[in-house]
Design a protein around this ligand. Sequence first.
Ligand SMILES: [Zn+2]
Length: 230
Amino acid sequence: MHDNPAKSRSVTAARRLSGRTVAGVGVVLVVAVTAAWGLTTRSEPAAHADATADRAPGGGTTTAEVTPEVTPEGADKAADKAADEAADEGGTSDGRQLTPFDTRYPAIARLDERLLKAVQQAARDARDDGIEFRVTSGWRSKAHQQRLLDEGIEKYGSAEKARQFVNTPQKSTHVSGKAVDIGPTDADDWLIRNGSDYGLCQVYNNEMWHFELLTRPGGTCPAPLSNAAG
Ligand SMILES: [Zn+2]
């Protein structure tokens, strides 16, 4: 019996096909490896060119634009936002140096109008003597006053001691807009000497910075109390 010639041809064809397939795979592999090598060798100069471009003046300009415009300014804006929120409560402890004329801040704008006018006039006259007024604290929200009291209790160890320096939100004349704290010391000295000309009086012996309208302009100030609790 001979092998079925058809079957034999078919096996031969299959072997040939198989052989061609193997060869084909080999060619494909060679082409792929060559292509990959080509890509690698081409990509190296390309990457180098990119790196060079980054260091070129154009790239440097991009970096310079990004650095000041995004990072620090963004940080400044965040700090400003926090400060603005604190300022809305009448806070002045963010390092800003407020004058009696900075009326865009609630700490100044929400002061009693008569008190603000008196302090502004005193500040103008003091400036003629070379003295600059700063408002270290003006109007305060109840929440801000409570925070100051809480901080005072922590600092002085008891509510009784803290009350000699910080009033309750209910009693504080800062909350009602009828008190200002002025600095620095030479401004306080000036105002203690001349404040009554404007109706401004030192209220507490232990707070040379705290002033209220307690007399008419040119009048006589009442004797200061020993402290905020007294
Ligand atoms: Zn005060």
